[in-house]
Design a protein around this ligand. Structure first.
Ligand code: G6P
Length: 613
């Protein structure tokens, strides 16, 4: 995820900024840059790749003037490729104003058009450069000060941002602002360190001021002024950071996996960001624009992936068939690549991969491409091999996933599939009314996810009751059948407990023989078309004295009669339920692993990115 550092003080700003960026490296990034204000001029140095590359540029550059004010950034690409022009800081076209930005400016295309009309020229494909140019436009149009220009520009913006702005005309100052993307200001002795994450501040001071959403600050060596974006002063208390660097990297959680499970409301927001066009009530996926008309006429989709991404693909099969009426098959990449598959005309192949580097998925994609399929990717890591080798695709924007067991990538993969299915569905058969409803429901998902996460402690206690059981079953139907598979996989991966996931009705064709007294069986049973059938399966397990844990819809008190434990999800349309029902299963696996003393983030024998066959 992108990282911001800013400095105002009496030290040489460049080394402070570069050190700060290195502290943010753990968040993942693909380019970096700094801008310092020396002798009343902005000096920007940036590059694709590591912070070290920028550091060498700065050290080798005789023209760099000493400066005590500056901003810096690590970028995780969203709008545009990870290359030098797209790296931050971005300047306006007078070169007098520079900005670093985290978040997404949703109306950047409209603003860009407006600024092009005013004669501005752009060097990058980013939404951030549009904001830099807009601030410059207000500044040069007599806004009075950089503070007022920032305020005026943010008034025109929809979307999310954490920003830090430097201005050659006001060289002793930084203006920072926040809406939806964190900004923290470290308060030292006559120096201030601005950052998106406390880890960049901690080596200088433990005293910090947190900006809230819709607030900004004007920072000089002599002091800090905090106010709302509407220019109302907001006095702020200085807080103390109590965490160590290591704890900060884990966001205060004990494990990366736990952090990533709890990050899901935010990662889904990021994934949806700028893609649900609320004004025109449609879905905009920039990465598919070049192929969308071909795709709307596709006769068949083949989804190929491994592991958790394959489970996301299985959910996709339901989504593409129900919402877009496109026949869809889901293939294990490892099987597909050796099967000499038949690819007919008008077939699209979608490779799903968090890392974008999984060897089997890449090989399957190449096989499909060679046979003439339109090659698409749903990938998290920007610029990864799969992302580069596809004809078009959609990034997850989930942020780096560090825990080996995939969690937030899974839910974002499903969100992307849902958006794709809706976008194609609307072009094929779906009414605007149905589209409107899905857009509204998708927007509500992050808040509903937060409600499911609140049950973590109850889930831990229930998991504790069964922690000595070595065999579990996970059952679900329809959209929730892949969720059952994912629940079983999660438990296996990190707690080394044997678990099987199955479509619930298949149980009677064999696995029912396994059920014995006390065996834990998890039913994913929210309200949906097959609810009554799943309840019959629950009765079958109960009759054999299995212990039943159900995931049900809030308000379904009746199900308690058949089950030993119930975790609830808020009501949602069947197509969106997996985004909620998977969360209790992720938490169950996580708590089981912790209770059994397993290495949650690095389970034995597993790798995060499997680049070999
Ligand atoms: C490995 C990981 C799994 C992951 C799978 C696919 O096996 O341990 O958690 O689901 O690879 O990875 P990808 O990066 O392609 O999504």
């Amino acid at each position: 995820m992108c990282g911001i550092v800013g400095y105002v003080g009496s030290k040489n700003a460049c080394p402070v900024l570069l050190e700060g960026l290195k502290r943010l490296e753990y968040r993942g990034y693909d380019s970096a840059g700094v801008c310092v204000v020396g002798d009343g001029q902005l000096q920007i140095r940036k590059s694709q790749g590591r912070v070290g590359v920028v550091e060498r540029q700065v050290l080798d550059d005789q023209e760099m003037r000493p400066a005590t004010v500056g901003i810096a950034h690590t970028r995780w690409a969203t709008h545009g490729e990870p290359n030098e022009p797209n790296a931050h800081p971005h300047a306006d076209d007078t070169g007098r104003i520079a900005i670093v930005h985290n978040g997404i400016i949703e109306n950047y295309a409209t603003l860009r058009q407006y600024l092009l009309g005013k004669g501005h020229t752009f060097r990058s494909e980013t939404d951030t450069e549009v904001l830099a140019m807009l601030i410059g436009e207000f500044y040069n149009d007599g806004a009075g000060s950089i503070e007022q220009a920032v305020r005026a520009a943010l008034g025109e913006v929809t979307g999310t941002y954490g920003i830090a702005v430097a201005c050659a005309g006001e060289p002793e100052k930084l203006v920072v602002a926040r809406k939806g993307s964190p900004i923290i200001i470290g308060v030292g002795a006559e120096e201030y360190i601005v950052a998106s994450d406390a880890s960049a501040i901690l080596e200088h001071t433990v005293n910090v001021v947190y900006l809230s959403d819709n607030e900004m600050a004007v920072v000089t060596r002599d002091g800090l002024r905090t106010l709302t974006l509407d220019n109302v002063p907001v006095p702020k208390e200085v807080s103390r950071i109590e965490w160590t660097l290591d704890e900060i990297a884990r966001g205060g959680y004990g494990h990366f996996m736990e952090k990533e499970i709890f990050e899901q409301p935010e990662s889904v927001r990021m994934c949806l960001g700028g893609r649900l066009d609320k004004r025109d009530r449609r879905i905009q996926l920039g990465g598919l624009e070049s192929v969308v008309r071909t795709l709307a006429r596709t006769k068949k989709l083949i989804v190929t992936a491994c592991g958790t991404a394959w489970h996301a693909g299985l959910v996709g099969e339901f989504l593409f068939e129900e919402l877009a009426h496109i026949p869809t098959e889901v293939e294990y990449a490892s099987e597909f690549r050796y099967r000499n598959p038949i690819i007919e005309d008008a077939t699209g192949v979608i490779a799903i991969s968090q890392s974008g580097e999984t060897a089997d998925t890449l090989a399957a994609l190449r096989e499909a491409k060679d046979k003439g399929a339109l090659a698409l990717g749903i990938v998290n890591v920007v610029g990864s091999t799969i992302a580069r080798e596809t004809d078009a695709g959609v990034y997850l924007h989930a942020g780096p996933e560090i825990g080996v067991a995939s969690t937030k990538a899974f839910t974002c993969q499903i969100v992307v599939e849902t958006m794709m299915a809706l976008m194609l569905g609307r072009r094929r058969l779906m009414s605007q009314q149905a589209m409107d409803q899905y857009i509204d429901e998708l927007e509500r998902i992050p808040e509903k996810m937060s409600r499911v996460l609140e049950q973590s402690e109850t889930i831990r206690q229930v998991t504790g009751e069964y922690i000595d059981r070595e065999n579990w079953l996970f059952l679900g139907r329809g959209y929730n059948y892949p969720v059952a598979l994912e629940g079983a996989l999660k438990l296996k991966e990190i707690s080394y407990i044997h678990a099987e996931g199955l479509p619930a009705a298949e149980m009677k064709h064999g696995p029912i023989a396994l059920i014995h007294e006390g065996m834990p069986v998890v039913f994913v049973a929210p309200r949906c078309a097959t609810y009554d059938k799943v309840v019959s399966n629950i009765e079958e397990v109960r009759a054999r004295k299995g212990r039943i844990i159900a995931i049900a819809t809030e308000g379904d008190e009746d199900i308690r009669r058949y089950c030993d434990h119930v975790f609830y999800i808020p009501e949602a349309p069947a197509a969106l339920q997996p985004l909620l029902t998977v969360i209790p299963l992720q938490l169950l696996a996580f708590h089981a692993a912790v209770l059994r003393g397993c290495n949650v983030d690095k389970p034995r024998n597993l790798a995060k990115s499997v680049t070999v066959e």
